[in-house]
Ligand binder design. Structure first.
Ligand code: KG4
Ligand code: ZN
Length: 338
């Protein structure tokens, strides 16, 4: 079973040809980081234009790379990200997916972007046994999802304000580093020391929710107050406190659910310090932890293909007049498309 998958929900244009039996046939992801860097975050209108500019080129490259193995005729269906995301960016991928499906007379299978992240751990077919917990840490989301089975989700923790990746991006902007902030802070933190004690909002509350805006404000106050600080030390102190918060809330989720299988997915899970600290903690607690390879932590179409295949196997498909939505919650999407 072969799917062509399309992902354009934020600032990566990504297309993949993915087979249920053989895995990745070919794929290409183009990041728009350079375009948004001077603004310290994604500019929706610029993002949409870049998707339009690049999507055909990417499609062509993916087909060329697969040429000797698979072609358009072999595609069984088209998977695409329907929601959530920047609406202008989603529109490009959805219109493209519809056009290809219509031209090839193939089914269209909608995928929820977070579901894509959740299923990124199945890149090796093994994934994790159900039920498992998925910590989704990205630029738009910070969620702990209890995955009982395919498309059976319960969001048991979420952020009350900024997403964790967003706080990396905002702190990086304050430090004058550019966008995306996560990798830039990670690099800087390698040369830093833990000098500053930053707050851990909501950490004492007995629930699974996160809050990162207070932490961002604390960094802002620190930068205004201290003239001679080293950016490296701020980066390290910030990254360390974020990691402690994520681990503490995850520990509580494991305790509350009794589930000792954990996926860590989304762009922020590309952070090596976070990966190492989580792995160390999980080993100590006897928690089985699975983190996708770096290229599949950040947005990509392969994860959309993996989830799309599961949906297609269950007979789920959309009409050709389907339209993107900026924010359908995961549980609602699962109910509508089951
Ligand atoms: O999953 P993703 O590619 O897009 C969304 O769905 O949001 O995540 C992007 C986010 C950005 O906020 C970026 O700064 C963050 O992931 N990120 C990182 C790292 N690489 C990307 N954060 C921390 N450390 C990293 N190495
Ligand atoms: Zn994402």
């Amino acid at each position: 079973m072969l799917t062509l998958a399309v992902e354009t929900s934020c600032d990566e244009t990504s297309i993949a040809l993915y087979s249920d039996e053989e895995g990745i046939i070919s794929s290409l992801t183009l990041s728009q980081a350079r375009i948004h860097s001077e603004f310290g975050g994604v500019v929706p209108e610029l993002s949409a234009r870049e998707h339009v500019r690049n999507i055909l080129y990417i499609f062509d490259e993916v087909l060329k790379k697969a040429e000797t193995v698979k072609g358009l005729d072999d595609i069984d269906f088209i998977s695409f990200t329907l929601t959530p995301g920047l609406i202008l960016s989603l529109v490009v991928g959805v219109a493209f997916a519809k056009a290809v499906a219509f031209a090839l007379k193939k089914p269209l299978v909608p995928v929820h972007h977070l579901e894509g992240h959740i299923y990124s751990i199945f890149y090796d077919k093994k994934g994790l046994e159900y039920p498992f917990l998925s910590l989704i840490i990205s630029g738009g989301h910070t969620e702990i999802v209890l995955v009982e089975d395919f498309s059976k989700y319960k969001t048991i923790g979420t952020t009350l304000d900024d997403a964790v990746g967003e706080s990396f991006d905002k702190v990086a902007k304050m430090l004058g580093l550019g966008y995306p902030g996560g990798p830039l802070i990670e690099r800087l933190a390698m040369k830093g020391k833990e000098v500053y004690k930053l707050p851990k909002p909501l950490i004492k509350e007995n629930n699974l929710n996160f809050s990162f805006s207070g932490l961002k404000t604390a960094v802002k106050v620190l930068l205004e107050k201290e003239r001679n600080l080293r950016k490296e030390d701020v980066a390290l102190s910030f990254q360390k406190i974020i990691t402690e918060i994520l681990i503490e809330k995850t520990r509580r989720a494991v305790e509350m659910t009794g589930i000792k299988r954990l996926a860590i997915v989304g762009g922020v899970s590309a952070n090596k310090y976070i990966r190492e600290e989580f792995s160390r903690w999980a080993f100590g607690e006897g928690v089985e932890v699975k983190i996708p390879p770096l290229s599949m932590s950040t947005d990509n179409a392969i994860m959309i293909a993996i989830a799309g295949i599961e949906r297609f196997k269950r007979g789920i498909k959309a009409d050709y007049d389907i339209n993107p939505e900026p924010n359908i919650p995961l549980e609602l999407f699962a109910k509508e498309w089951s």
